[in-house]
Design a protein around this ligand. Structure first.
Ligand SMILES: [Zn+2]
Length: 241
């Protein structure tokens, strides 16, 4: 049975190739999100012939002012995996308007191409992200995965009805609101993630990722009063078909 991390940052590791090899050795599958097209290129180059690593093409909202959207669009046909993309409207983050415009263009292109898997950042922006995903048709033609969902329960229902997926990490699962929300998500739309490593932290190993995934699975099992390992493995298979 496969164990998968649906959102980590290979481009934050000091040695991405070494981490990818460790992951292979312990049977860990990953959806590695990049934050810029450059990060996608760099991590793709060092993971050739490693099918357990899916590299997402990212244009993270925190880097929207530095990353090139032209590079993003020229690389998009190469990959089914897109992330990290989205919107962060918290006051400490800048370029709100540019973030919304950029994400709208990305969603529109993904919707048109179809069959993409998107890992979505949506801080204080779940409704804005959903507006764009629905208006562009992205929720219908692609698999849209909310990473670390932190929106209202109304927005959660809206995302569930739109067919979205949710990747859950241990920081998220520890909050009171999430404990309520994590009961509501259909079992076949749940994935696990770590969002590791912290940027600039070279000391994270595949064993740390596995341990974090196990903790969040245990949290989920306590919240939902049900064993989840088999279902989660099936969900990952479904997403990666
Ligand atoms: Zn992330």
């Amino acid at each position: 049975m496969s164990v998968a991390d649906a959102h980590l940052h290979l481009d934050f590791f000091a040695n991405p190739a070494a981490f990818a090899q460790e992951a292979q050795a312990c049977g860990l599958q990953v959806f590695a999100n990049s934050v810029t097209p450059q990060g996608f290129l760099a991590t793709t180059a060092v993971t050739q012939g490693m099918p357990h690593v899916r590299i997402g093409l990212g244009l993270h909202p925190w880097w929207v002012n530095e990353a090139s959207i032209d590079d993003f669009f020229s690389l998009l046909p190469q990959t089914r995996w897109v992330g990290e993309v989205g919107i962060d409207l918290s006051p400490k983050r800048a370029h709100h308007e540019q973030q919304v415009n950029t994400f709208a263009q990305i969603a529109e292109r993904c919707a048109r191409d179809g069959d993409k898997v998107l890992s979505l950042h949506s801080v204080r922006a779940a409704d804005v992200v959903l507006d764009i995903l629905e208006k562009t048709g992205c929720t219908r033609s692609c698999s849209c995965v909310f990473h670390w969902f932190s929106g209202s329960t109304e927005a959660l229902w809206r995302a569930i009805r739109a067919g979205c997926w949710f990747s859950v990490n241990e920081m998220q699962a520890g909050t009171r609101r999430a404990k309520e929300q994590l009961k509501l998500i259909p079992a076949d739309r749940l994935l696990l993630e770590t969002d590791l490593p912290p940027e600039g932290d070279a000391s994270t190993h595949a064993a740390d990722v596995l341990a974090s995934l196990e903790r969040v699975r245990n949290q989920l099992e306590r919240i939902r009063r049900k064993s989840m390992a088999e279902q989660l493995a099936l969900n990952w298979e479904h997403l990666t078909l």
